[in-house]
Design a protein around this ligand. Structure first.
Ligand code: ATP
Length: 372
């Protein structure tokens, strides 16, 4: 058991006499000072995991939650020294910002009033709400309210912050601004933080580490880079990335010294290093996953291994263009930087960057997982 940080150890949490399994077997290690993002689709068990850490839900097993080497699974929430920030700020509307921020410290009655005032002033400055301290909470904008909710947690100087979709109620521009701020504050305070979201962009930009969950199980805990470029399985590969990956069911065939990857729309020679892994792992059938930006498009005179197709549709996505190309009955999504000269009806050639593709075996696991 690690002696610093938070550990979630085989967490199991069921509801309704065991008929609803929210967390099957969740395992997480969050080092002191680390920001971990819990990401996954609705209902996968993110909030339940966070609530179990906070002590607001009672895990089925007695050794599920550890803080700094101590089993806190049955410790009451108020004695855990963890701060929870929800989507709904739950500020006291009739109290001013100062009283909202100091509320927890006032209740604890452990500090003299002067010290509380000093801490609130510091936090107000850190969160840029110093000029609002005397204003009533009901007079704040959404972003200001969320800062105050964060301030209320920060003054308590908790061992870790637990944030459950804290930005969900904010408009898009403010979300982007606030998530940068949260990251900067987390760095400045050098504090442990778990941040729950179902928004992959938020997760990829925020987290030192991202834990992707599905059906009450953690699918992969990794850096944003590895989650994106080396997903552990087909679920992570398809859940992360917008527009989503292309998927092609494939078989393997040997031609002379070369292992060929065959789908209904292409037959391509595999790079030797990848071929070796697939042979070693006995992969006869697999699903090739390829991100749209790793397929190149050429208008004519393509290289020998390119795939001929016809452009069906183009969509300008701001700085990039998404191009749908039909190859027989198969549709390819191709993403190019900037505007594209190709238009509907053009005959094009596609070139798939096989060394950047994902090779999912029959169980959906990536045959070439991240190694570090
Ligand atoms: P969302 O992103 O929608 O908030 P989530 O990943 O946070 O989803 P949870 O809220 O943890 O998911 O819920 C996981 C599962 O447990 C869901 O099927 C949910 O319906 C169920 N669940 C959660 N709380 C309870 C409860 N108090 N009673 C019964 N079932 C519950």
């Amino acid at each position: 058991m690690t002696t610093t940080g938070l550990r979630v150890n085989h967490l199991r949490k069921t509801f309704r006499g065991g008929s609803v399994v929210a967390c099957q077997d969740v395992n997480l290690d969050i080092e002191q000072g680390e920001l971990l993002v819990l990401l996954g689709p609705s209902g996968c068990g993110k909030t339940t995991t966070l609530r179990c850490i906070a002590g607001l839900e009672r895990p089925d097993n007695d050794d599920a939650i550890w803080l700094n080497g101590t089993n806190i699974t049955r410790v009451p929430p108020k004695d855990r020294n963890l701060a929870f920030v929800f989507q709904d700020t739950a500020l006291f509307p009739h109290l001013n910002v100062r009283r909202n921020i100091s509320f927890g410290l006032d209740m604890r009655k452990a500090l003299p009033q002067d010290d509380i005032k000093r801490r609130v002033d510091e936090v107000g400055k850190l969160l840029q709400v110093g000029h609002l301290l005397e204003r009533s909470a009901h007079e704040l904008s959404g972003g200001q309210g969320q800062r105050v909710a964060l301030g209320r947690a920060i003054v308590m100087e908790p061992a870790a912050f637990l944030l459950d979709e804290p930005l969900a109620n904010l408009d898009a521009a403010l979300r982007v601004e606030m998530r940068t701020e949260i990251k900067l504050i987390q760095r400045k305070l050098d504090t442990t933080m778990i941040f729950v979201t179902h928004d992959q962009e938020e997760a990829l930009t925020l987290g030192d580490k991202i834990a992707v969950m599905k059906d009450g199980l953690v699918q992969q805990v990794d850096s944003a880079r590895n989650i994106y470029l080396r997903p552990a399985n087909l679920f992570v590969g398809t859940f992360i990335g917008s527009p989503p990956i292309n998927q092609f069911p494939c078989t393997l065939k040997t031609e002379g010294d070369t292992l060929m990857l065959c789908s209904s729309s292409f037959t391509l020679p595999l790079p030797p290093a990848i071929a070796k892994v697939l042979v070693d792992k006995n992969c006869a059938e697999l699903t090739l996953g390829i991100r749209p930006e790793f397929i190149q498009i050429t208008e004519s005179g393509a290289a020998a291994e390119s795939i001929p197709g016809k452009v069906q549709l183009t969509e300008l996505l701001g700085s990039r263009t998404l191009i749908y190309v039909a190859v027989g009955d198969t549709e390819y999504r191709v993403l190019v930087q900037g505007d594209s000269a190709v238009k509907e009806g053009d005959n094009v050639h596609l070139s798939v960057q096989l060394e950047k593709a994902f090779y999912f075996d029959q169980n959906g696991n990536n045959a070439l997982p991240a190694t570090g």
